[in-house]
Design a protein around this ligand. Structure first.
Ligand code: ADP
Length: 712
């Protein structure tokens, strides 16, 4: 169950980068959309502003046209009668061709009653236009208009000369409107008479009525009565509009229709033939009223307006947003990857730890089994509070009930034999101080007063270089001790029993070999000689055995007193010289200028040196020196016996002080010896408060030494 949730958690979390990516992309899309809408609103606003400007421009330009006509009307008002050349000059002054594209000029059409028509025609003819007549002449009508002046009087405009515009419906409507409303008026779409050359454009006319002077003009009837004629302007729409907008219509395409219906035949102007009015982003359909005419406008934007107004901000936001989202995603993916790897690692480590725990448990079980089968106890001592922990085997070794409590060091010491307690206490203290390893034997006394021998070894556990506890094993050696004792007693008894007869035998043989009894034949002498040497060797062995026995039994007594060592060294060398001679070896004492005093018994010290010297001679090559030195170091005086003989193999070194141990028994036997010398030496040195030791390299030689605390 736990594991299930663990993995579920991991898989959900591993999706996190994808969620973040989705979120970041959505955010980017929303921001980009917002920006897009804002930009679109801005563009639309700009478009509507342009449309407003367009309408305003149209109105202003038409107003300017009206001003031109009003100026012409002013000329008529100011002058008694406006002659042709006056009119021409006035219009020429306006320089219409320069500022008013599409504006074909300004004309004057006289309002003529039928009775006055012939005279009016005649008057124009008299001005030098004999062909002049009114067009159309027929049908006869109640009133005529007749274009008398048209400036500039040239080109297309000549086609209009004499034309009666009132005969044509569209023009008549505009003229009527001008008089009825007493205003300037615009015509609907017409085809101008001037369209006599090139492609035909839609046309338009603006009229302003001229009244005879001093006539009342308040009502339309009065105005019709007072009407003298019309000043007017014809426009070619394309030229006119292009003239107005050629500079500033690049953002818009538009069509102007005459009237409210947007049909092809009503089209006054289209700014662009190519523009597709059905596909524009922005569109405006509006009307404007101009001098009695309604114009319908259809306006769309050009791509330039969009290009001009739209920034690249949306694109930038999109690109940057997508890049950042991806980066974020990659980062998270990397981190979550690391996290997953860490989890995998942790899982692997957990598995590993579990495996190791299992192995440890198995090993513990095996160890426990080994302990149980060897009847070995395990104990530990916590140094901070002297707390002792024993396993069941320890209790059995100490003859304690399983349930009995033994928790501290003092209760352990109390179980140790009175004679061994202090020593055990000191050995443990030395081990804790790091002076010596803990490897000992001691006696304990059970509740039934029986004495048991235990051997124990321990290790110190350190934390941060400080000893914190001690852990050790313990096993029973009572039986081994008993067997040792039996053996020792046997050897001791045998040795004692042998010594007396052997002394007699050696004495007798000595006498015989020395020739004290009689002159012996050579053969008998050599046999007795062999017998004598072997009897002596046997005596040596028995003496050693008895010494050993006495030492172990504690029967050997030491009478120590402060001694200077050098004289004793020289005495020992002298006493053993003959032995060295047998091996053709020299003893060389290195002179010393120190004279430390040590607390020893001289006879025992000579015994120690005799052993070192005899070994030195025995294991040296012939014709070599055995060097004896006396040194002092660290409060100890040390006597060393240095040879350049056979040396010791590594595997022998640990056993050299054991009883009856001989490194190479065949070789040693050749040279004689019991294997007890060093064991006795060690025992004697230690009983006198000293230490023995050696340094040896196989084939190169050995140095054996004994050292004693200096007392003065
Ligand atoms: P042994 O009577 O056999 O000399 P020891 O106890 O004196 O008995 O010596 C034990 C053994 O130690 C010897 O048999 C020998 O193998 C080795 N030994 C002692 N001293 C030396 C030495 N100076 N050089 C090499 N081996 C030595």
């Amino acid at each position: 169950m736990h594991k299930y949730w663990f993995f579920k958690g991991v898989s959900l979390k591993s999706l996190a980068p994808y969620w973040v990516l989705l979120g970041a992309l959505c955010l980017t899309a929303i921001t980009a959309l917002e920006l897009h809408y804002k930009e679109s609103r801005d563009v639309e606003f700009a478009f509507q502003e342009k449309v407003r400007e367009l309408k305003q421009t149209l109105q202003v330009r038409m107003k300017a046209q009206e001003q031109i006509l009003l100026g012409a009307a002013g000329l008529f008002a100011a002058s008694k009668s406006v002659e042709r050349d006056e009119f021409e000059k006035y219009i020429a002054q306006l320089k219409l061709a320069e500022g008013f594209h599409g504006h074909l000029g300004v004309g004057y059409s006289a309002w003529v009653k039928p009775a006055e028509l012939p005279a009016a025609i005649e008057a124009v003819r008299a001005e030098g236009y004999p062909q002049f007549t009114i067009r159309p002449a027929l049908p006869l009508r109640t009133a005529y208009t007749m274009i008398v002046y048209i400036e500039p009087f040239a080109g297309r405009n000549l086609a209009a000369f004499g034309y009666d515009m009132y005969t044509e419906t569209v023009r008549r409507t505009a003229m009527n409107y001008a008089v009825e409303k007493n205003t300037a008026s615009l015509s609907a779409r017409v085809t101008l008479l001037q369209e006599n050359d090139g492609p035909v454009q839609a046309g338009m006319l603006m009229y302003l009525p001229i009244y005879k002077k001093n006539y009342p003009l308040n009502t339309s009837d009065e105005r019709w009565e007072a009407l003298q004629g019309f000043v007017y302007s014809p426009f070619r729409m394309n030229d006119f509009m292009d003239g107005i907008f050629h500079t500033n219509n690049s953002f818009l395409s538009f069509k102007v229709f005459s009237g409210v219906i947007r049909s092809r035949d009503k089209l006054l102007y289209s700014s662009s033939e190519q523009a597709d009015f059905s596909r524009a982003e922005y569109r405006n359909q509006d009307k404007i009223e101009l001098y009695g005419q309604i114009w319908s406008l259809e306006v769309i934007n050009t791509p330039l307006l969009i290009a001009e107004r739209k920034t690249h901000l949306v694109k930038i936001v999109l690109i940057v947003g997508v890049i950042l989202s991806l980066l974020l995603f990659l980062l998270l993916k990397m981190f979550s990857g690391q996290r997953e790897r860490a989890l995998t690692l942790a899982e692997a480590m957990t598995l590993d730890i579990n495996k190791k725990n299992r192995e440890l448990k198995h090993s513990e079980e095996r160890f426990q089994l080994a302990l149980e089968s060897s009847a070995m106890g395990v104990w530990s001592l916590q140094l901070s509070d002297n707390h002792v922990q024993w396993d069941a085997s320890m209790r059995a070794l100490f003859g304690l009930e399983d349930s009995s409590e033994l928790t501290n060091y003092e209760s352990f010491l109390a179980l140790v034999h009175d004679e061994d307690r202090q020593r055990v206490f000191e050995e443990i203290a030395h081990a804790i101080e790091g002076q010596k390893g803990y490897d000992t034997e001691y006696r304990i006394v059970w509740a039934d007063h029986s004495i048991h021998y235990l051997a124990s070894r321990a290790k110190i556990i350190y934390e941060n270089a400080a000893a914190v506890s001690m852990i050790g094993t313990c096993w029973d050696v009572t039986e081994r001790k008993r067997l040792d004792r039996v053996k020792t007693e046997f050897v001791s008894t045998v040795s004692h029993e042998l010594r007396t007869p052997l002394t007699a035998i050696t004495g007798a043989l000595g006498l015989a070999v020395g020739g004290a009894l009689c002159e012996l034949p050579e053969k008998a002498k050599s046999i007795l000689d062999i017998a004598y040497k072997n009897a002596q060797r046997l005596k040596l062995l028995i003496n050693d055995l008895l010494d050993m026995d006495k030492l172990l039994e504690g029967k050997l007594e030491f009478h120590c007193e402060p001694q200077t060592l050098m004289p004793l060294i020289e005495r020992a060398v002298a006493e053993n010289k003959s032995y060295a001679d047998q091996f053709n070896v020299r003893f060389v004492v290195v002179p010393s200028n120190i004279a430390p005093q040590v607390d020893i018994e001289d006879i025992r010290f000579l015994q120690i040196l005799a052993n070192f010297l005899s070994n030195g001679a025995k294991f040296s090559k012939p014709d070599t020196d055995v060097v004896i030195t006396l040194t002092q170091d660290n409060g100890f005086a040390r006597v060393s016996v240095i040879d350049t003989g056979v040396g010791l193999a590594e595997e022998s070194k640990a056993h050299i002080f054991e009883k009856f141990y001989q490194a190479d028994s065949s070789d040693t036997r050749k040279k004689g010896g019991t294997g007890l010398g060093l064991a006795i030496t060690k025992e004697i040195v230690e009983r006198m408060g000293g230490r023995v030791g050696f340094v040896s390299t196989l084939g190169e030689g050995s140095t054996f030494y004994a050292e004693f605390p200096v007392v003065a």
